[in-house]
Design a protein around this ligand. Structure first.
Ligand SMILES: [Ca+2]
Ligand SMILES: [Ca+2]
Length: 505
């Protein structure tokens, strides 16, 4: 071999080596592509815990029934990994079941839950109500009966998701998905937390406490519900964030609706990172729920974080003159869920009250029982598991303007909200509703192709004397030709007293 040939041979060898190394590098790039985007996500094993029928090839029993007081584990996951999505649908008969049903999530075998909230409030709907929400982190649809959660929840060793039916008398039925990924998770990962608390009413002279956190992490969201016990406005309240033990607020807000990113009181609105799922106005007994996700603007803390909101506003005397323009004397019912990520085990700042204390006390008057021996013309008892006592009243008017009078007894004189608990159906008609002869709801079309019993609120506060009162439903023209009315019960919810106006000097 000549020297030139040797040199050529060596050069060829070099070229082959470079090409091979190039291929090797290229192959490496193909299997280890960039992280953090939809097109090139970091690889993981995708898994799901769901309520599917274990006899999945031949069965369709895809839900589980929870007896009163029963806790079921929906998912028991072995990490490391992260929960990426949770979906539920639920059927419950009890009035307010989204508040008597609790969700709890435990990380890494801890005996205390990092997430602990009534199901409805966790999904930005307070008061035990069911409404639709359309946000980036939680969304509900199907009249509030489909619940979706998109908070990312990493864990190192294990995750356990439970639901408890804290109703005393009623079963619930639940379908669920817990979607998750088995993947690597950094050793110092902060864990997702959510904690419910309430005060009825919050103390005078102190802000309402949303969160009192110790540790290192970042705050990512608030759900606040208020049920007004006086007419007027509760929401002059500033939001205040005290970072790492600061004695004065590190971050100051200007008012309740301002913190929830709206303006000049509330109205229902759905946005990705803020919204108002419930707003019933400034009337006595009016209910509100708002949410605010700090997704693009988390509040970081190294040692601790306290989050509060003022509960000051104005109140009216009975003659609608203003008691005070900036007072925290209002006896409103406040409840909230704080959402944050933090490393390690969180300090608890709340004890969950029993289910009955999470709702304003109410009385269900089962008119199918009180009227059973004296049913009016065109009214029959209608039996169905949809009703709170498995019975209701079915009124079938013979013609337009036929009326159904429903007498009910008030045991104690007081101020009340009055609801008719009814079942909208495909053969339901349109009705005017009166209380003691006063027209309060006009032309309510009760047609629905969905199956759930719900509350119809009759006006606002009513002063009711002890004794018999009457709800009257008057049939209106229905272009569909359907006329039925199905009533489960009359609901009485007490509301506060007006403040006494001082005598003029
Ligand atoms: Ca203010
Ligand atoms: Ca009933």
């Amino acid at each position: 071999m000549t020297f030139q040939m040797k040199r050529l041979y060596f050069m060829c060898l070099m070229v082959v080596c470079i090409v091979l190394i190039g291929f090797a590098l290229k192959k490496e790039e193909l299997t280890d592509y960039p992280v953090g985007s939809m097109e090139y996500p970091e690889r993981a094993v995708t898994l799901r815990a769901s309520s599917y029928d274990l006899n999945w090839e031949n069965g369709n029993d895809d839900s589980r029934v929870f007896e009163p007081g029963q806790t079921l584990t929906l998912a028991e996951l072995e990490g490391p990994g992260r929960i990426t999505h949770i979906w539920f649908t639920i059927t419950g008969i009890e009035r307010g079941y989204p508040r008597s049903t609790m969700i709890r999530i435990y990380w890494d075998g801890q005996d205390e839950p990092a997430v602990e909230s009534p199901l409805g409030d966790f999904f930005a709907v307070g008061h035990g109500m069911s409404v639709n929400v359309n946000s980036s982190r939680v969304a509900t649809s199907s009249f509030g009966r489909a619940y979706n959660c998109y908070w990312m929840m990493p864990f190192r060793k294990s995750a356990r998701v439970t639901v408890t039916n804290e109703s005393k008398d009623h079963k619930i039925r639940l379908y669920w998905y817990v979607d998750w990924e088995k993947r690597s998770v950094p050793s110092d990962v902060p864990y997702f937390h959510a904690q419910y608390r309430q005060e009825n009413p919050p103390p005078q002279g102190q802000d309402y406490l949303l969160a009192d956190i110790e540790g290192r992490g970042h705050y990512v969201g608030t759900v606040l519900s208020v049920r007004m016990s006086q007419p007027g406005w509760f929401g002059e309240g500033d939001d205040r964030f005290y970072v790492d033990g600061a004695e004065t607020p590190t971050i100051h807000g200007t008012g309740s609706e301002d913190y929830f990113n709206d303006a000049w009181t509330f109205r229902t609105v759905n946005r990705p990172n803020y919204g108002v799922s419930i707003w019933e106005g400034m009337n006595i007994g009016g209910r509100m729920t708002a949410y605010r996700w700090h997704v693009s603007d988390p509040v970081f803390f190294d040692k601790s974080l306290k989050v509060t909101i003022e509960h000051k506003g104005n109140t009216f005397y009975e003659d609608m003159t203003v008691v005070g323009g900036y007072t925290d004397r209002r006896p409103d019912f406040y409840s909230s869920v704080a959402f944050w990520y933090q490393q390690g085990k969180a300090k608890r700042f709340s004890k969950i009250p029993p289910a009955e204390e999470r709702m304003v006390p109410y009385t269900l008057i089962q008119v199918d029982e009180t009227l059973a021996d004296a049913l009016p013309e065109n009214v029959v008892i209608h039996e169905s598991p949809m009703f709170t006592n498995k019975k209701g009243l079915l009124f079938t008017p013979a013609k337009e303007s036929d009326a159904f009078e429903i007498p009910f007894e008030v045991a104690e004189e007081g101020n009340y909200l009055v609801f008719v608990r009814l079942w909208p159906l495909i053969d339901a008609g349109t009705f005017d509703f009166y209380l003691d002869g006063q027209l309060l709801v006009r032309s309510e079309d009760l047609y629905a192709d969905q199956h759930f019993v719900t509350d119809l609120k009759l006006g606002h506060m009513h002063k009711l004397t002890k004794g018999i009162h009457t709800v009257k439903a008057v049939n209106q023209y229905s272009k569909r030709g359907t006329h039925n009315l199905v009533v489960d019960a009359i609901v009485l919810e007490p509301v506060g007293q007006f403040e006494e106006k001082p005598a003029q000097p």
